[in-house]
Design a protein around this ligand. Sequence first.
Ligand code: AMP
Length: 278
Amino acid sequence: MRVVHTIAGMKEARHRLRGSVGFVPTMGYLHEGHLELARRSRDENRYTVVSIFVNPTQFGPKEDFAKYPRDTERDLAMLKKEQVNIVFMPSAEEMYPPRYSTWVDLEKVTERLEGTIRPGHFRGVATVVAKLFNIVEPTRAYFGQKDAQQLVVIKKMVADLNMNLEVIAVPTVREPDGLAMSSRNVYLNPQEREAALILSKSLSLARKLWSKGERNADIIRREMTSLIETEPLGTIDYVSVADAETLEELAKIDRPAVVSLAVKIGKTRLIDNIVMAR
Ligand code: AMP
């Protein structure tokens, strides 16, 4: 496994590869969810490149950029075990040199859900992912369903800008009790960790209602909201039942839908979602 820190070094390493290249962008502090993406890539491509970059431009001024968890040594050991070929770990200065000034801005799909609560977040995500795609030139790139809106945004960017790669969605990996794995779960104290189960429980409730034939999105939103409100440590940012492609809120669930939510548990903001297709 090679670890590359510079863009020039990464481009050079890429151009020596013959055959398909799978790419997994991450912010590090890896868990089974990230490793699942790397395994999919390894199974479907000749080579796998993983990037570790805590991208400053996707964090708001009051967000957790400075204290985002980092453990490079542990991350590299985990990736080596998964037989990853190249790890790209640029510095912030390498990615955003002085007077950096080009941004990728998507309309509409970024204007709801996470986009309303984290203004500028998807501009940072789309920009860094576009840069990483240009540097790594992957055949396929792997993203987790965990970040459902991010997946929609990246797919849209790739289609709109005619980028030459395939975007592959990987199902959310969960802890045995249902909590979606996330680097941010480390912020939770034991009491909050227990309270955090309210996210997956409310999604299970949505799934149950839908399976029984409920197609009124408002009823599903309301039932989920009532359940989450029984958790004293939880504060809801949003509960959404939206069109899986446009992310527009639905009144009636008559097409593939993504049920998503963001809830603060204490000071930690968690997101989760499920897809309900016909
Ligand atoms: P992050 O390091 O949080 O930026 O995540 C890097 C990639 O891993 C993104 O495509 C995420 O959607 C994906 N990911 C994060 N958590 C999970 C999970 N629990 N299951 C599947 N994919 C995940």
